[in-house]
Write a protein that binds this ligand. Structure first.
Ligand code: SF4
Length: 240
């Protein structure tokens, strides 16, 4: 090998090493973001900058990790991913949304697309809480095949995994969004149209159920009732 070739080889090795370190750092950030975990450092220097989670945060992290690995019902077989709770680990408001759809699974977030736009407007304009301060979790976290609704037994299997994440967030109030989420948490009777807007206790948390953005988009006449119900949450989740 000539001296020139040796220099070229050394440059190549240095370049590959830098690329690998950069990719590892970016992977750590992406992986942490996917589960809302504290960022995992890729180097000893960065590791020292990450504060350990509090006990409350730890409970939330563990509940989300358990949900991400859940195989309690047959929906685990056909899923591409579990859409777990997203948002901060502690929040004044937790939203339990409709069961996971194909678009939610693809985007890795509950209430994606047009419903997400309406959802954000509802939160900021009516409840007065920014979207990034709210925890959102679907009532059934794995997408059923062929666009069908989850069965009652699938919803029942998912309920404890969902509620573990809800309770871990220590919310002032829970918003239950839509007929399917209401049935998954409280049972199919009475239907949502009879209980919407009522304060009900949900494993120690005060909750209100109303129509989801999906239902409001399908039936615009429901928007007025939804607005009335969301206003009730405003006082319960008002900031200090
Ligand atoms: S739908 Fe819920 S209970 Fe069923 S495997 Fe997914 S996370 Fe587990």
């Amino acid at each position: 090998m000539t001296p020139e070739q040796a220099v070229e080889l050394a440059d190549l090795v240095a370049s590959i090493r830098a690329s690998v370190e950069d990719a590892a750092a970016r992977f750590a950030v992406v992986a942490a973001g996917a589960l809302n975990l504290p960022e995992v450092a890729a180097s000893p220097e960065r590791h020292e900058e990450v504060a350990p989670p509090s006990t409350d945060e730890q409970a939330s992290i563990e509940a989300r990790l358990a949900a991400a690995a859940c195989e309690r019902c047959p929906l685990a077989r056909g899923r591409r991913r579990v859409v777990t709770a997203e948002g901060p680990h502690q929040a004044r408001l937790v939203v339990v949304g409709p069961p996971t759809t194909f678009a939610d699974e693809r985007d890795g977030a509950s209430m994606s697309g047009e419903p997400a736009v309406m959802f954000e407007k509802m939160l900021t304009a009516v409840v007065g809480v920014p979207r990034d301060e709210v925890v959102v979790v679907p009532a059934v976290m794995c997408r059923p095949p062929d666009g069908r609704a989850p069965t009652p037994s699938e919803a029942a299997a998912c309920r404890p995994m969902v509620m573990a994440q809800v309770v871990a967030a220590r919310p002032s109030a829970v918003l239950v969004f839509g007929e399917a989420a209401n049935a998954a948490l409280f049972g199919p009777e009475p239907p949502l149209k009879r209980v919407r807007g009522l304060w009900r206790e949900l494993e120690g948390c005060p909750s209100v159920a109303t129509w989801s953005p999906h239902e409001c988009l399908r039936t615009p006449a429901l928007k007025r009732e939804t607005f009335e119900d969301l206003v009730k949450l405003k006082g319960a989740v008002a900031g200090p």
